[in-house]
Write a protein that binds this ligand. Structure first.
Ligand code: AMP
Length: 179
C-alpha cells in the first residue's frame, strides 16, 4: 500500500463523532482500524519505517498509544515502555505532572526501564493540544534519555501542540492531519 492509499484508507475508516465527549470536540474513533488486519499492518509498516534505525526504545502513552506502539517496538526489535496514568504502577516509578483544562494530572513510568542515553520514540494515537505528549517527553528526558522522535496516527492542527513539542528538537511524523 502506498502512503497515499494508506491515508485514503484511514480517512474512510476512522470515524468522526461530533460533540463527543463534550460539545465542540470532533472525536476521532480509531477502533474500526482493528476490524481490518491488512490496514492495521500497513499503519504499523508506515510508523515503523519512520523510526527504523533511529531509536533504541518506544514509549507508548496510555492507552491507545499501546495499540500501535507495541507493534512498532516488536517490528524494530527494541524495548517497549508503558507510560501510565497516575496510580496504576507499583513503585518504584518516576512521575511527571501536567496541566489539564481544569486542574492537573500525572503520568508515570517504572523506574529503571529507560536507560540514560537511549534514543526514544514517544508514540500516541492522536496529538491534540500536545499536553500529554509534552509531559511524556519530559518524563523521558528526566531519566537522562533523549526524545529522538514523536509519532502519531493523527495530528489535530491549530491546538497549540507545535509550541510544546518543537522545544524537544525531535523528528515528528503523523499519518493524517486535520484542521
Ligand atoms: P492532548 O494532550 O490534548 O494532545 O490529547 C491527547 C490525548 O487525548 C490522546 O491520547 C488522544 O487519544 C486523546 N484525544 C484528544 N483529542 C481527541 C479527539 N478529538 N479524538 C480522539 N481522541 C482524542
Amino acid at each position: 500500500m502506498t502512503s497515499t492509499e494508506l491515508r485514503a484508507s484511514l480517512e474512510r475508516t476512522i470515524e468522526n463523532i461530533a460533540d463527543f465527549p463534550k460539545p465542540g470536540i470532533q472525536f476521532k474513533d480509531i477502533t474500526p482500524i482493528f476490524l481490518d488486519p491488512k490496514l492495521y499492518e500497513a499503519v504499523i509498516d508506515d510508523l515503523a519505517s519512520f523510526s527504523k534505525g533511529k531509536i533504541d526504545a518506544v514509549c507508548g502513552i496510555e492507552s491507545r498509544g499501546y495499540l500501535f506502539g507495541i507493534a512498532i517496538a516488536v517490528k524494530l526489535e527494541v524495548p517497549f515502555i508503558l507510560i501510565r496514568k497516575k496510580g496504576k504502577l507499583p513503585p518504584p516509578f518516576v512521575a511527571q505532572s501536567y496541566d489539564l483544562e481544569y486542574g492537573s494530572s500525572e503520568i508515570e513510568m517504572r523506574e529503571g526501564q529507560l536507560k540514560p542515553g537511549m534514543r526514544v520514540l514517544v508514540h500516541d494515537d492522536l496529538l491534540a493540544t500536545g499536553g500529554t505528549t509534552e509531559a511524556a517527553g519530559k518524563l523521558v528526558e528526566k531519566q537522562g534519555a533523549k526524545v529522538a522522535q514523536f509519532s502519531f496516527l493523527i495530528k489535530l492542527r491549530g491546538l497549540g501542540s507545535e509550541t510544546k513539542l518543537d522545544l524537544f528538537g525531535a523528528e515528528q511524523h503523523s499519518i493524517l492531519e486535520y484542521d
